[in-house]
Structure formats: structure tokens, C-alpha cells
Design a protein around this ligand. Structure first.
Ligand SMILES: NC(=O)c1ccc[n+]([C@@H]2O[C@H](COP(=O)([O-])OP(=O)(O)OC[C@H]3O[C@@H](n4cnc5c(N)ncnc54)[C@H](O)[C@@H]3O)[C@@H](O)[C@H]2O)c1
Length: 291
């Protein structure tokens, strides 16, 4: 028996990283899961783990920048899994770039997915929750980057700061329907998105990060998943309109692992990860453009 027995969670970006960790954790707590992602292969992988826990899993191919796709995905979730109790607006991308160089396309993709995508996810799931009348829990993915930024991360930060503020307004409106809305601010969590910041286990980036982080390690998807499980369960009932930073203490510890010297091993490892990140982007970009 888990604290979420019989509940249904709709998770965007559930095919990788934090979203996958969340799907697995909520399933362990008893929830059935709808995984909404552009990456069906990744989502199916998550679904198979959810089923191993004896829970129902449904994969819906959804681009969060598309209102019709989201509405269709949410409708299928309710029809096939029977209800909707938890919504995790997690899908997001990062596009680094200076103000002089960033293309309008990179800016727009980030706004469409990280900001409009969160709005559309919350709107479509909250409408169903209000219609069903059982209340609900909504968790939106912000970031430590909503508080800290830099010459290359300002555009990502702008979207994450927007999420942090939007939940405050939504919490005001949705409380009367028994729906809570909160934002989470992860620090550096080792996922494909942030692998260049977390580095390889035992490598120079990871070592520098571990030295900087007060708790002495990189974040794991399971850390954030645990917080989402808490907010989704009975102990989370009195949180609404909040932003919960979960960064192992990194915010106030500086950004010293982001070195720039090309002979520095940290920089060299970063360059390798950037190349791998470009390859992943080349795979996902056509799916992002398909809406
Ligand atoms: N990893 C970190 O350190 C970190 C820190 C702070 C915030 N975050 C945020 O957490 C969230 C999850 O990030 P992650 O690190 O797990 O990344 P990830 O890249 O591992 O996973 C993101 C998932 O979202 C999906 N996705 C991307 N664009 C989509 C779209 N338009 N529609 C539907 N699905 C889409 C991808 O296919 C992927 O499965 C993001 O919002 C990210 O900004 C991550």
C-alpha cells in the first residue's frame, strides 16, 4: 500500500531524467501514470518500469507547445486511466547562448516549451481536475536558474523565473477547487539535459561540483521525485503557491566548477559533453518542430 494508491498522475517529459524518476517514484507510491513526451521511445522505457511496479502506464505522444496535442493527451489519460489527481509540468529544454548570438528560433523554442508548455499543461489538466471535482496537485518545474543566471543562461533563467511566478497566481485561483499548485527549483541534477554541468562520475566536473556543493554530491532525479511524491501525498496538502528550491545548498556556494581555461580538465570535459549534447539535440529537434 502506498500513499498514492489508486491516484493517476500526468507527467510531461516523463521519457527521461527527472520526469522518468518521478514516474517511477509515484508508481512505487501506488499511482498509475500517463507519460506525455515527444520522445515515445524514452516514454515507453519509463512505462515498462511503471508496469514492473504493478501499475498502469499510458504513453501519449505530446508536444507541450501544442494545445490540441495536450488536450488530446489529457483526455486520453482520463478516459484510459479513469481519473486525474496529479499533474507534473516537467518537460523543458535548455538553449544556452549570449544575447549577441542567440537565434530567435532558440529563444522561441525555450519560451514555447518552458513557459507556454507549462501554462498549457496546467490549463488542460486543471480544467479536467475541476470538471472531475476531486481536487488535485499540480507541480511545475522551475530551476535554481530562476534565481541565478549568467551570460549564457539568461534566456533559460527567464523562462524558469516565469514559472516561479505563474504558480503563485494559479494557486490563488485553483485553491477553491481543492487544487494546490507549486514550483520546484532543482539545482544540478544528473540527467541528459544537465550532464554537462554534472559531468561524469569521478571526472573533473563532478569532482569540482561535489567540492562546491554543501551536501557533497550531484543531485539525482530520485531527489526531485521524492519531493514531488511528498507534494502529491497527504503531507503536501498545505503547500500551495510555493517555490521549493532543492539544490544541496549549491545556490550560495558559487559557480566555481564552470571554468573557462581550455587547458583546464573541467573545461575539456565540458567541451566533450557539449558535443554529446549537440548530438542529442539533433535527434530531438525534429520532434520539437513537429507540432
Ligand atoms: N537536470 C537539471 O539539473 C535541472 C535543473 C533545474 C531544472 N530542470 C528542469 O527539469 C525538467 C526536466 O529536465 P531533465 O533534466 O529531466 O531533462 P531531460 O532532457 O532528461 O528530460 C526532458 C524530457 O522532456 C522531453 N521534452 C522536451 N521537449 C518536449 C516537448 N516540447 N514536449 C514534450 N516533451 C518534451 C524530452 O523528450 C525528455 O524526455 C526541465 O523542465 C528542466 O528545465 C532540470
Amino acid at each position: 500500500m502506498g500513499v498514492l494508491d489508486g491516484k493517476v498522475a500526468f507527467i510531461t517529459g516523463g521519457g527521461s531524467g527527472i520526469g522518468r524518476g518521478t514516474a517511477e517514484r509515484l508508481a512505487r507510491e501506488g499511482a498509475n501514470i500517463c507519460i506525455a513526451d515527444i520522445d515515445v521511445e524514452g516514454a515507453e522505457h519509463t512505462a515498462s518500469t511503471v508496469r514492473e511496479f504493478g501499475r498502469d502506464a499510458l504513453v501519449v505522444k505530446v508536444n507541450v507547445a501544442s494545445q490540441p496535442q495536450l488536450e488530446d493527451g489529457v483526455a486520453r489519460c482520463v478516459k484510459e486511466l479513469g481519473r486525474l489527481d496529479i499533474s507534473v509540468a516537467n518537460a523543458g529544454i535548455g538553449r544556452a547562448g549570449s544575447v549577441l548570438d542567440m537565434s530567435l528560433k532558440d529563444w522561441q523554442d525555450q519560451v514555447d516549451i518552458n513557459l507556454t508548455g507549462v501554462f498549457l499543461t496546467v490549463q488542460s489538466t486543471a480544467r479536467e481536475m475541476v470538471r472531475l471535482g476531486n481536487g488535485g496537485r499540480i507541480i511545475c518545474m522551475s530551476s535554481l536558474a530562476a534565481e541565478n543566471t549568467g551570460a549564457n543562461s539568461w534566456s533559460y533563467s527567464a523562462t524558469k523565473a516565469g514559472v516561479r511566478m505563474m504558480v503563485r497566481g494559479w494557486a490563488q485561483e485553483l485553491g477553491v477547487h481543492g487544487i494546490t499548485v507549486n514550483a520546484i527549483g532543482p539545482g544540478v541534477i544528473d540527467t541528459p539535459l544537465a550532464h554537462g554541468l554534472a559531468g561524469d562520475e569521478g571526472g573533473p566536473i563532478r569532482t569540482a561540483l561535489e567540492e562546491r556543493t554543501p551536501v557533497g554530491r550531484a543531485g539525482r532525479p530520485s531527489d526531485i521525485a521524492g519531493l514531488i511524491a511528498f507534494l502529491s501525498g497527504p503531507d503536501g496538502e498545505f503547500f500551495s503557491g510555493s517555490y521549493l528550491l532543492m539544490d544541496g545548498g549549491l545556490r550560495d556556494a558559487g559557480r566555481g566548477w564552470a571554468a573557462g581555461d581550455p587547458n583546464d580538465p573541467v573545461t575539456q570535459e565540458r567541451m566533450r559533453h557539449m558535443a554529446a549534447g549537440e548530438q542529442r539535440r539533433a535527434r530531438l529537434q525534429p520532434l520539437i518542430d513537429e507540432r
